[in-house]
Design a protein around this ligand. Structure first.
Ligand SMILES: Nc1nc2c(ncn2[C@@H]2O[C@H](COP(=O)(O)OP(=O)(O)OP(=O)(O)O)[C@@H](O)[C@H]2O)c(=O)[nH]1
Ligand SMILES: [Zn+2]
Length: 217
């Protein structure tokens, strides 16, 4: 099973010493037990064969390999640095990144889950590089997931590493295991939310967050 590994890197001066003025950068990498593409390709070929799908034709010959590479890609988030800056101006209103794409697969059927996330926080001592809100979503989405866990993992991780006054995460997603097959609830999507700190306890902040994400109007 893939594990999260976080490496704290202390910037070094030209002489190799840690600089006192700079803050350590948190590099976030995803450590997996190893993806064996060749074994995955053989297994995918057997899987198709068991379903009565021949891979003899030219266009299907490469399909088991493509399946293996496609799933490996879906389970390989890109590493990133959690860059933060001092909140020199004392900005104390909501910072909200809306409509961040979410692409994951449900852990029950391994079928695509596609949607959007709205991720916001009320700053404390530091503000976050804006792109990092989308990178945290990608980080936790690149593994078999359930939407509830994904929502909470993003919120909890930001609360721990950014130490803001509040965090809010809303995810709206279509589960293809529920729309393409099974119950075939075409057009339905699922909404989940996690609110922490002031975004949970303070009615005005909570209301503003939910209104700006479009959950309430
Ligand atoms: N809570 C939760 N359930 C999910 C998520 N993604 C998929 N599921 C559900 O996981 C359940 C698995 O149920 P099972 O009864 O074991 O699977 P199934 O026989 O394929 O069920 P149907 O989809 O109803 O045909 C289904 O109800 C899915 O809708 C998710 O992110 N969160
Ligand atoms: Zn599913």
């Amino acid at each position: 099973m893939a594990k999260l590994r976080e490496v704290t890197m202390v910037p070094l001066s030209p002489h190799g010493e840690a600089t006192a003025l700079e803050r350590p950068v948190l590099r976030v990498v995803h450590e997996s037990d190893g993806i064996d593409l060749a074994a995955a390709e053989v297994a995918a070929g057997r899987f198709l064969e068991a379903l009565g799908i021949s891979t003899a034709s030219e266009s299907l010959r490469g399909t088991p390999g493509r399946m293996a590479r496609a799933y490996a890609e879906l389970f390989s988030p890109r590493p990133f640095d959690l860059t933060t800056f001092p909140n020199d101006e004392g900005y104390d209103e909501l910072v909200l990144a809306r409509r961040i794409p979410v692409r994951t697969v449900c852990e029950h059927h391994l079928l695509p889950v596609v949607g959007t996330a709205h991720v916001g926080y009320l700053p404390g001592a530091r503000i976050l590089g804006l792109s990092k809100l989308a990178r945290v979503v990608e980080h936790f989405a690149c593994r078999p997931q359930v939407q509830e866990r994904l929502t909470k993992q993003v919120a909890d991780w930001l609360q721990t590493h950014l130490e803001p006054k509040g965090v809010g995460v809303v995810i709206e997603a279509e589960h293809s295991c529920m729309t393409l097959r099974g119950v075939q609830a075409t057009g339905s999507d699922t909404l989940t939310s996690t609110l922490l700190g002031l975004l949970r306890s303070d009615a005005r902040s909570r209301g503003e967050f939910l209104a700006l994400t479009g959950v309430t109007r």
